[in-house]
Write a protein that binds this ligand. Sequence first.
Ligand code: ZN
Length: 488
Amino acid sequence: MAEKITPRGVDYSQWYIDIVLNAKLADYSPVKGCMVVRPRGYAIWERIQAEMDRRFKETGHENVYFPMLIPMSFLKKEAEHVEGFAPELAVVTIGGGEELEEPLVIRPTSETIIWSKYKDWVHSWRDLPLLYNQWCSVLRWEKRTRLFLRTAEFLWQEGHTAHETEAEAVEETMRMLEVYRDVAERHLCLPVIAGRKSDAEKFAGAMATYSIEAMMQDKKALQAGTSHFLGQNFGKAFDVQFQSREGKLEYAWATSWGTSTRLIGAIVMTHSDDKGLVLPPSLAPEQVVIVPIIRNDTKAAVLAYGDKILTELKAAGIRAVMDSDDSQSPGWKFAEWEMRGVPLRIEIGPRDMEAGKAMVARRDTGEKAPFEVAGLAVKARELLDAIQKNLYDRARSFREANTISVVDRGELLAFYGADRGESAGTSGATGGFAEGLWCGSGDCEGALKAETKVTIRCLPLGRQKGVSGTCCLCGSPARHRAVFARNY
Ligand SMILES: [Zn+2]
């Protein structure tokens, strides 16, 4: 199987697609731009979902479900919102064989339909806050698509909250950004930079958008989650007014926040190698695979030995399987399970059995060593924890090694090279993250994007105090510290 994977150094984009297809995470759909998520991809998504959902509930949120069809007129109520989404809308005009009176949009996101109901549910400050989240799919008509990273329909969660005060809504926006950072770093092993988006990159209809940004192995950035402070824009557009504690009529304050199956693409691109998928143990559908070395004379005994290990691993809460298929050679099976990204492989043969041992191989480093079978479950747990940590540390070191500080345009352009990013991702990839000061002008940022495809990924949180100096792009007085990169 392994030979089917194009090496990263030859063609990074093809390498990525080879892994997604060969590790059976997803497949193409009969409808262009859509994707079929296969069982192993869906199992990863379920684990990400579970971690997110637990934290949403711990922070007081409840799940709801709204319809996928939204009256076209709803989208038009918030001017910036409809302008931002109009090019990507899929519209239903016929139902039951008849032309509809009003076209229905397949949700690209659900602010409008949710806020149309908040109008009915919010009358007094006592009705607030509303802390709702929805797990669903959304549809955005994308022209250039790539499995998990950008597809027309994708699975996601969207949180939509309504608050009494601006301060509460801002606090909620930051709380959920922190939830995303925690899940990304702890479970996906993705070191991320949390920050505010520039106005050019913010969500259509938001006052402020915050994101977490990760660096992929081709040194491009990937936005891994967003949290929006929507101000009173949707409260006003949908007339969601309430009686305040002071007895006045006020508009509700809003947030929305989302993460999607794109995170699976981020995991693949951050951790995997030329042998195939590498998965954080906490998300892997199987954490350990036992591969018995089967010979006719010892087959029954070795399988029984493997079963005993399997039972002990499972009893210790480890997701383990045994590959007792004897139609394939051990070497073939090793490569196959490596390609599928199983974090630990336990090999057992007749000699290991006699010695009371087993050979244990790590997927992340390729290290292989014999261990006593007595206490193997404890050892396996230690190794899984070590892999989880190593994947994060390795990705963080990679990001640090590919991040520079720039003071002027010349340094920035030299860092990103002469190409416009088309070849980024192949062996000639240039760039990474550049940190520099920025004046805050959209024109200044736009000119850089037009010239180099490099954009401001975010204005990192906690690093905006005491900014002084000049913009690294135009030389005007600087107002922000920014992280620049090419991105997915
Ligand atoms: Zn500038």
